[in-house]
Design a protein around this ligand. Structure first.
Ligand code: G3H
Ligand code: 13P
Ligand code: ZN
Length: 307
C-alpha cells in the first residue's frame, strides 16, 4: 500500500470518536517496532519525523526506511513532518514525498503564525498535502522551540486561525507538554477548553501533542537499572481517551517510545554485561516499543481494527 494522506484517516477517526497514533521515528528499530504493532492491530498509522530526527538519521535514510515499512506492512501509513518551523523545511518534506506536514508557528505572534501557516498551506494544498498547524504554546522543549510556560489555546482565536489559514488540523494547548516531566502535582488537562474548541470547530480534526503517559513501569525499570528520572509524570490515559472522543484525531507520542527503548537497553546491559552484540539489546528494545505502541493503539487511542 503506498503512503496515504491524513485526510480520509481523520474523517474516519472524527466520525468514529477515536484518534490515530502519531509516533516519532529516528532509526530502523523504532520504525520496525511501531509498524509491527500497527500491523498486528490493523490500525492506521502516522510516522512522524522531527527536524532533529532528520539531522540525526539523514532525511534520505529515514525516507527509505519508511518506504521499506510501507512495502512490508499492510496498513495505511502517513509520513508526517513534526514541528516544521519554517516554510523551507515544510517545502523540502513535501517535495521529498511526505504525505502530511506540520508548520509550527506557535512561537510567533498570532499574525505571523497566520502568515507562515498560510504560506505553507498554499504550497502544500497545490500538491495535495494536508497541513497541521499549532496555536497556543506547550510548555517543555521541542527541538528548537522552547517555551517555559504554556499558553493555552484561545477558542475564538482558534476559529479565526483555522478560517484564515485553511489548515487541515490544529494542535491545541490544553495542558499537555513535551517530555517526561509534564506535571509537578496532580496531572490535569483543561478538558472544558478542549470541548469548547471542538464544539466551535465542528468536524475539524484537533491534535494533541505531548500526549505520552510516561508509563510508570517503564520509568521504574529505567530507574532500577541506573537511570535518573525522579518525578517523571505523563498524561493519564483516561484523559487521552476522553480527548479522542472530543475531536482529537491525532495523538502524538515520542517520550514513551524513548523510555521503552532506554529502559530495555539498560536492563539488558545490566543483566548481560558480557554481551556486546548490538542486536542483543536493540532487538529487545524494538520488542518493547512494539508492546507500548500496541497498548496505545488498542487501549488508549481506540484505533485498533480501523485500518
Ligand atoms: O516534539 C518533540 C518530539 O518529541 C520530537 O523530539 O525534536 O528531539 O526529535 P526531537
Ligand atoms: P511526548 O513528549 O509526550 O511523547 O510528545 C511527543 C510530541 O508531541 C511530538 O510532537
Ligand atoms: Zn509535539
Amino acid at each position: 500500500m503506498p503512503l496515504t494522506s491524513t485526510r480520509e484517516m481523520f474523517e474516519m477517526a472524527y466520525r468514529g470518536g477515536y484518534a490515530v497514533g502519531a509516533f516519532n521515528v529516528n532509526n530502523m528499530e523504532i520504525i520496525q517496532g511501531i509498524v509491527e504493532a500497527a500491523d498486528a492491530e490493523r490500525s492506521p498509522l502516522i510516522l512522524q519525523v522531527s527536524a532533529g530526527a532528520r539531522k540525526y538519521a539523514n532525511p534520505v535514510y529515514l525516507r527509505k526506511l519508511v518506504e521499506a515499512a510501507v512495502e512490508t506492512a499492510t496498513i495505511p501509513i502517513v509520513l508526517h513532518l513534526d514541528h516544521g518551523e519554517t516554510f523551507e523545511i515544510a517545502k523540502s518534506c513535501i517535495d521529498g514525498g511526505f504525505t502530511s506536514v506540520m508548520i509550527d508557528g506557535s512561537k510567533h505572534p498570532f499574525e505571523e503564525n497566520v502568515r507562515l501557516t498560510k504560506e505553507v498551506v498554499v504550497y502544500a494544498h497545490a500538491r495535495g498535502v494536508p497541513v497541521e498547524a499549532e496555536l497556543g504554546k506547550l510548555a517543555g522543549i521541542e527541538d528548537a522551540i522552547k517555551s517555559k510556560e504554556s499558553v493555552f489555546t484561545d477558542p475564538d482565536e482558534a476559529v479565526e486561525f483555522v478560517k484564515r489559514t485553511g489548515c487541515d488540523s490544529l494542535a491545541v494547548s490544553v495542558g499537555t507538554s513535551h517530555g517526561a516531566y509534564k506535571f509537578k502535582g496532580e496531572p490535569t488537562l483543561d478538558m472544558e477548553r478542549l470541548e469548547t474548541i471542538s464544539k466551535m470547530l465542528p468536524g475539524f480534526p484537533l491534535v494533541l501533542h505531548g500526549a505520552s503517559s510516561v508509563l510508570p513501569h517503564l520509568v521504574e525499570e529505567a530507574n532500577k537499572y541506573g537511570a535518573k528520572l525522579p518525578g517523571a509524570k505523563g498524561v493519564p490515559e483516561d484523559l487521552i481517551r476522553k480527548a479522542a472522543a472530543m475531536g482529537v484525531c491525532k495523538v502524538n507520542v515520542d517520550t514513551d517510545l524513548r523510555l521503552a527503548m532506554t529502559a530495555t537497553i539498560r536492563r539488558v546491559m545490566a543483566e548481560s554485561p558480557a554481551e556486546f552484540d548490538p542486536r542483543k539489546y536493540l532487538g529487545p528494545a524494538r520488542d518493547a516499543i512494539r508492546e507500548v505502541v500496541r497498548h496505545k493503539i488498542k487501549d488508549v487511542m481506540g484505533c485498533a481494527g480501523k485500518a
